[in-house]
Design a protein around this ligand. Structure first.
Ligand SMILES: [Zn+2]
Length: 80
């Protein structure tokens, strides 16, 4: 799934200005962070148990290249 094949651990979540919740996973191997938009079919209870992260757009842009393969929609809706 990610480049090095290590397990991704959920570390927190944040809410975008447009109201979307984003779940942040970090790779246990290389530390790469991945952002997954939370959909209706995702486990929102898990999100609520995780620490709330500041919505840091620069942070997100840095990781976006890793996200592209998963969710190209992020580019269209990217936080400005
Ligand atoms: Zn990794």
């Amino acid at each position: 799934m990610n480049s090095c094949g290590c397990r991704m651990e959920p570390i927190g979540s944040f809410q975008r200005p447009n109201g979307e919740y984003v779940l942040v996973h970090r790779c246990l191997g290389c530390g790469i962070e991945r952002f997954n938009r939370i959909g209706a079919d995702d486990n929102f209870d898990l999100v609520l148990t995780l620490p709330s992260l500041p919505p840091c757009t620069g942070h997100e842009v840095k990781a976006q290249q890793w996200e592209e393969e998963l969710d190209t929609e992020l580019e269209e809706h990217g936080a400005a």
